[in-house]
Design a protein around this ligand. Structure first.
Ligand code: AHR
Length: 529
């Protein structure tokens, strides 16, 4: 393990503020996969599981505590297999279809557009719909916008009213296709994108359009499409409100991984995500014909452990490691808050990197849920300058990388478009052992500082020092950790990994906080200014 040089110093400058963290960075993705929607969110009005007109009450209550800003729906993969017209009107008249994403399942269409809107409204969240570019036309996509957003006399607006919804749903965010590089060549998608965008914006010019895109450092060369994203951005001249990338990670098995694999996961995140964001931003800027910075939506992200989706339930164990990973993901988004305007975790309930797990009447919250809860005050905060000193970065040997060549290390096989990103000097290739991010809220009256101690074995004694004109007031802190980083919650032991309130002794000097970060932990300080 890397040596510590006495006490670490965390210097936070409350007067040196960068961009705002878009609240939509703390957003969600729910899809018709396994039990994410049916059971996890929708049980139907006749269910013995307590519900609010079909929406599962315990899930709603758990999610409400997170103040979720936005949900993406209906997929994912499912979006390009979904006919939105199957999910409107009286539920008893909707067709039951063969589930397009899973064998031996039926899709009842009980959860359709209106139910999704009601779910979002119940949580005060924005809806984000993704249209089908595979077998639906641009006109069909425009009709969905018309059904949701128009207030006039057009046929689809009238149909919505006929279905009992006088007021338009007001859906602002619209995605065009999902991971379309799997399905369409770049020219083919470009044509579909243009056609959908035309009809959709013609129906409602105020919508925000999100194009399907491709994470640049991720290379599906076997399919020969590494220039897919470049082609799209160049040909559209970045004519989109947001460009979508998806990013999934893993290292070792979900709850059976070595210490080295634990560390290596964070090295992968540290080396890949910032470069992906910067390379994407570089491309968008290089080709944009518009006087604006096209934003990036990471509208699927998370840990996708090997073997998933193995079973029909598509669940995976979710440990403290996954939770610390989520916190580190958010810290990187904060660092790139001027460009990353949305991130939706895959997926909120039951599937993949879930926050909430349900089964029948039971429900428990994963450690990742608690990270969303603990970090929520970062939403809409402005990123404060932070300098951490007196503690080394993660050691190469800890992540099993001691044989890496010396000197500035380029990612092996980096595709050409990432040339836009300068190669990091060698020491910057390893993530910080003490990984800190801080934001000041909109009113300037609260500083939120989150810190991850990645070390599996060492506590890190530290001193937080506040600089700036604001005088610090009351301080509170919450900490998430557990005896083993492989620990997780379960139906039988739902409180195994939960945050605890930390008692902070009053500081003798104004603006100073002394604190020792436990191993493999996340601590979040709230400091009144
Ligand atoms: O999140 C699960 C799946 O992963 C989504 O449906 C798809 O878009 C992605 O490949």
């Amino acid at each position: 393990m890397s040596s510590l040089d006495g006490t670490a110093l965390i210097d936070i400058h409350t007067d040196r503020l960068g961009s705002e963290v878009d609240p939509n960075v703390y957003a969600h993705f729910i899809e018709h996969l396994a039990t994410c929607i049916y059971d996890g969110i929708w049980v139907g009005p006749g269910s013995c599981i307590p519900n609010e007109d079909g929406l599962r009450l315990d899930t709603l209550q758990a999610l409400a505590r997170l103040h979720p800003p936005l949900f993406r729906w209906p997929g994912g993969y499912f979006a390009d297999l979904y006919d939105w017209q199957d999910g409107i009107g009286p539920r008893e008249a909707r067709p039951t279809r063969v589930c397009p994403t899973q064998i031996n399942r039926e899709e009842t269409n009980a959860f359709g557009t209106a139910e999704f809107i009601r779910f979002c409204q119940a949580l005060g969240a924005e809806p984000y719909l993704c249209v089908n570019t595979a077998f639906m036309t641009g006109n069909d996509a425009g009709s969905w916008v018309e059904y949701c957003n128009l207030d006039g006399n057009t046929a689809w607006a009238a149909k919505r009213r006929e279905h009992g919804y006088q007021q338009p749903f007001g859906v602002k965010y619209w995605g065009i296709g999902n991971e379309s590089y799997w399905r369409h060549s770049a020219p083919d998608y470009l044509q579909r994108y243009r056609e959908c965008k035309h009809y959709m914006c013609n129906a409602d010019p105020s919508i925000a359009v999100i194009s399907s895109g491709l994470e640049p450092n991720w290379r599906p060369e076997p399919w020969g499409r590494e220039d897919w994203g470049t082609y799209l951005i160049r040909e559209t001249r970045a004519d989109m409100d947001m460009y979508s990338i998806h990013t999934y990670f893993n290292c070792g098995h979900a709850d059976e991984f070595s210490d080295q694999q634990y560390y290596e996961l964070f090295v992968k995140l540290w080396r890949r995500l910032p470069r992906s964001i910067q390379a994407t931003a570089g491309l968008l800027d290089a080709h944009s014909a518009f006087p604006r910075e096209t934003k990036i939506a990471i509208d699927e992200w998370g840990i996708w452990h090997p073997g998933w989706p193995m079973g029909p339930d598509m669940r995976q164990p979710s440990t403290l490691r996954d939770a610390l990973f989520a916190a580190a993901f958010f810290h990187i988004c904060h660092d790139h808050s001027s460009r990353v305007a949305m991130a939706t975790i895959a997926q909120t309930v039951n599937v993949a990197h879930a926050l909430v797990i349900t089964e029948g009447e039971r429900l428990f919250l994963t450690p990742t849920y608690h990270v969303f809860d603990m970090l929520q005050n970062h939403m809409a905060g402005r990123v404060a300058q932070v300098a951490v000193s007196g503690v080394s970065r993660l050691g190469r040997q800890d992540a099993g990388l001691e044989d890496e060549p010396a000197g500035p290390v380029a990612e092996p096989g980096t595709p050409s478009w990432t040339k836009l990103v300068p190669t990091a000097p060698e020491e910057k290739m390893m993530p910080p052992l003490l990984w800190v991010s801080a934001t000041v809220d909109e009113s300037g009256s609260c500083l939120t500082c989150s810190a991850i101690n990645l070390s599996l074995s060492q506590s890190i004694p530290a001193q937080l020092r506040l600089h700036g004109t604001a005088r610090p007031g009351a301080v509170s802190a919450k900490m998430l950790s557990s005896g083993d980083v492989r620990d997780q919650n379960s139906f039988d032991n739902p409180q195994h990994v939960v945050p605890v309130d930390m008692h902070l002794p009053p500081s003798e000097t104004e603006g100073l906080i002394d604190y020792t970060f436990p191993p493999h932990s996340l601590t979040v300080f709230s400091i009144e200014l």
